[in-house]
Design a protein around this ligand. Structure first.
Ligand code: SAH
Length: 215
């Protein structure tokens, strides 16, 4: 039997904190949400390594450092309504749900969304709303959102998603080509002005959809 608690602590102390993930609330959420519960059985012994892992359907659960970096950059508050594009395993959604009021998460692959739904439900999450569809179009019927997180590589930060962000809101999105991207933090000020900042290089699986790439 593995000592998951120790493995999480090691991941946090040895990998995350030294690379700048220091927000107490984010680290507490990463301690509470057990990454091994979102990973296929056969790979569980590697659940607390600081790297992405396959979750089926050629998709991956993100590297813990990237999950920490994106979550920290969003500065999530308890009252926030958050939109995630790319549910995947549901791990990032669970972290967001620990910190916010409600999370809407869109996934294009029904198999992954269904698996995430069963898993999150059995873990007791009741503030995550999973939708199957093309996330590049956002979720206009529930907009605007306080925070938006895109967890797949995007050819651009689309105006569609930006238009669904509240004034005073923040969005993180990996922008680049299909193999390498730059993680962007985009802030919409209260006066509507847009500010962009780079958080560094990253590698995500591609966003497939109307405003993304073709299958
Ligand atoms: N956040 C996930 C990891 C995401 S991997 C986690 O915590 O596990 C990226 C996911 O985005 C994949 O599951 C992929 O199927 C999905 N995806 C790709 N294009 C999409 C689109 N247009 N809309 C919604 N989901 C998309």
């Amino acid at each position: 039997m593995q000592d998951w608690e120790r493995e999480i602590d090691d991941l946090i102390e040895i990998e995350l904190k030294p690379s700048g993930i220091t927000d107490d609330a984010v680290l507490a959420a990463m301690r509470r949400v057990k990454r091994h519960k979102f990973i296929p059985e056969t790979l569980r012994d590697r659940a607390y390594g600081n790297y992405p892992l396959p979750i089926g359907e050629s998709q991956t659960i993100s590297q813990p450092y990237i999950v920490g970096l994106m979550t920290q950059a969003l500065e999530i508050r308890k009252t926030d309504r958050v939109l995630e594009i790319g549910t995947g395993s549901g791990y990032q959604a669970a972290i967001l749900a620990e910190l916010s009021e409600i999370v809407y998460s869109i996934e294009r692959l029904d198999t992954l969304s269904s698996r995430a739904r069963t898993n999150l439900y059995s873990q007791g999450y009741d503030n995550i709303y999973l939708i199957v569809g093309d996330g590049t179009l956002g979720l206009p019927e529930y907009a605007p959102f306080d925070k938006i997180i895109v967890t797949a590589a995007s050819p651009k930060a689309t105006d569609i998603l930006l238009s669904q962000l509240k004034q005073g809101g923040k969005m993180v999105v990996p922008v680049g080509n299909r193999s390498i991207q730059d993680l962007k933090l985009i802030e919409k000020a209260l006066n509507g002005r847009i500010y962009r900042k780079s958080l560094g290089g990253c590698r995500f699986v591609p966003l497939i959809g109307k405003e993304g790439w073709r299958d």
